[in-house]
Design a protein around this ligand. Structure first.
Ligand code: FAD
Ligand code: SF4
Length: 522
């Protein structure tokens, strides 16, 4: 009896459930680079290179253990281009009697796998992915009967269940959440540590050459590749973060600075999401730093909350609500994604900087994703599907289970408030407070209307006006709607006219060339 054990590109974990009970003498491990997965979104070149190189290194390690690995490269003759095709080919080639796989991270792939048993006429066992703190079933039990799914309550249960940062039944420090200590902008006197970079080895260089020739039209720079591609490298990146960045992680978690894309962030999400690191070992390493006095509680709690709280929570929401989750459009937003999300060509310095850094690194930190490109897409009324495709493509850590709830729910409020209690709409004042972008911008963040007014200011009120019927009864939106109620009708008209003109100039491409809302709107 021989089993075909399929390992996907985001399942690079040695104790993956699909490998439980493996018989080295009989079983074959299949790993396949397939065309369909490289093009279902126009992925950043570094994202493709990272995943393929990490897969090839992982396969090398398995072979070094003496295991039989059938590794199919992207350019291998006969590669069918799909998971289904490669499983069928491998079954035939190796004469296996059944297939074992760990559940995939995306609904689309699970749907495909559910059809395999009938199509291939062999038993296919889809096992739970036990690398998360919270199983899909556990999350469904937590969600059952609740009117709203607030992350904070889920997070507290996870703290209690795991014992992370707990003292008996109480949270360490007497509070669950230290966010009020974590909203500082970066003073000029603080210099973030350099990023932990890893030079591409021969395997990575080969993959990079393949990506450079095969994905020429995809977004992103390749020559700035600096990701680790092995478990050892990922552990090194984690340990560098814990020592050099974690102590100030909390303080400057929300800050943005030109030329400093990583600040005090971990930049470990690509490793975590592809399985080179596990959430448990990361949280334990952070907790250990706190217990030995190497990092303060506000930083460690804030960091652990991102992984134990947010990451597990968005995964829970994804599996609870898919496939319908992706289709809602609660704010009826239909504008196309502006070209500047790809080109970076815009006079809005905040957007230009984030797109430039995203192109160079396949990375932007959370506040850049949420409060710059995310908020702009929200207040400009961009079609959720188009924004989601962009987020899925441009970041090395992007997989639908984590990208979709963050974009659809958190950034765009397209789920009508299932995930976030209010839209993250903000004027330019937020970006000005948390970054140095505005001082180098062609627009004036202090101007609300008229020539040179910051587009975030105009679009913020435009968003409030056009969504008044949908949002004004939300208690968390009471303040802006009170301000709006007291606004002179003439001012409302000016905002509407200038914002519409700006959006028109963005769509036509004239905004980037200098004839933005200033001339069109007056
Ligand atoms: C619109 C939008 C899209 C996003 N898309 C993705 C995505 O495709 N993949 C992805 O991993 N994260 C996504 N995030 C969440 C978050 O921005 C990234 O996880 C984070 O920026 C990764 O960088 P880091 O490792 O330096 O994070 P840190 O700030 O150092 O945080 C540590 C870890 O916490 C986890 N984490 C933090 N915030 C979140 C969150 N909101 N949801 C899930 N995990 C979180 C990540 O695993 C991260 O590595 C998105 C956020 C937004 C607003
Ligand atoms: S002025 Fe407005 S557009 Fe320019 S960087 Fe600041 S927030 Fe962005």
């Amino acid at each position: 009896m021989s089993t075909l054990r399929l390992i996907l590109g985001d399942q690079l974990t040695r104790d993956l459930s699909a490998l439980d009970g493996l018989d080295p003498a009989q079983d074959v491990i299949l790993m396949a680079e397939v065309h369909d997965e490289t093009v279902y979104a126009p992925h950043h070149k570094q994202k493709i290179a990272f995943i393929l190189s990490a897969m090839r290194h992982f396969a090398q390690d398995l072979r070094a253990e003496g295991l039989r690995v059938d590794y199919v490269t992207l350019d291998q003759p006969g590669n069918s281009g799909s998971f289904s095709g490669e499983v069928a080919r491998a079954l035939k080639q190796h004469g296996c009697d059944c297939v074992v796989v760990t559940e995939p991270g995306e609904w689309r792939v699970l749907d495909m796998m559910r059809g395999w048993s009938a199509a291939l006429a062999v038993p296919v066992e889809i096992r739970d992915d036990d690398r998360y703190f919270c199983t899909r079933g556990r999350f469904a039990r937590w969600a059952e009967g609740r009117k709203s799914y607030r992350m904070e309550f889920f997070y507290r249960e996870m703290r209690r269940e795991t014992g992370l940062l707990m003292e008996n039944d109480e949270p360490v420090g007497g509070q669950w959440n230290f966010d009020h200590d974590n909203r500082k902008s970066l003073p000029a006197s603080v210099t973030p540590p350099p990023r932990a970079r890893f030079s591409p080895d021969a395997v990575t260089r080969n993959v990079m050459a393949l990506v450079a020739t095969r994905f020429t039209t995809h977004f992103g720079d390749l020559d700035t590749f600096g990701w680790a591609v092995t478990r050892d490298g990922a552990l090194e990146a984690l340990s560098y973060f814990i020592d050099a960045c974690l102590p100030l992680y909390g303080d400057y978690q929300d800050a943005m600075k030109q030329g400093e894309p990583f600040l005090f962030h971990a930049a470990i999400s690509p490793y975590l999401n592809c399985g080179l690191l596990t959430p448990r070992e990361i949280c334990l390493a952070a907790e250990h730093a706190f217990r030995k006095g190497a990092a303060p509680l506000n930083a460690v709690e804030g960091f652990i909350r991102q992984i134990l709280g947010w990451r597990e929570y968005v995964r829970g929401i994804y599996w609870l609500r898919m496939p319908d989750y992706a289709h809602s459009n609660a704010l009826d937003a239909h504008r196309p994604l502006p070209m500047c999300y790809w080109s970076g060509e815009t006079k809005m310095n905040c957007i230009a900087q984030v797109v430039k850094e995203t192109r160079a690194n396949a990375y932007a930190h959370h506040i850049q994703r949420l409060m710059v490109t995310g908020t702009f897409a929200l207040i400009a009324g961009i079609e959720p599907r188009e924004v989601e495709q962009w987020y899925l493509a441009v970041y090395a850590d992007a997989y639908e289970w984590v990208e979709l709830p963050n974009t659809h729910g958190m950034a765009l409020f397209a789920d009508g408030g299932l995930l976030a209690s209010k839209p993250y709409a903000a004027s330019g004042a937020y970006i000005d407070r948390m970054s140095d972008y505005c001082s180098d911008c062609a627009y004036d963040v202090r101007k609300k209307t008229g020539p040179g007014a910051c587009p975030f200011n105009l679009l913020y009120w435009h968003f409030m006006i056009i969504n008044e019927a949908r949002l004004s009864r939300n208690p968390r939106m009471a303040m802006p709607y009170r301000t709006l109620a007291n606004m002179e009708p003439a001012r409302r008209e000016t905002i509407m006219r200038e914002a519409e003109a700006f959006l028109q100039s963005l769509a036509s491409g004239t905004e980037a060339r200098g004839a933005g809302q200033i001339t069109l709107g007056l």
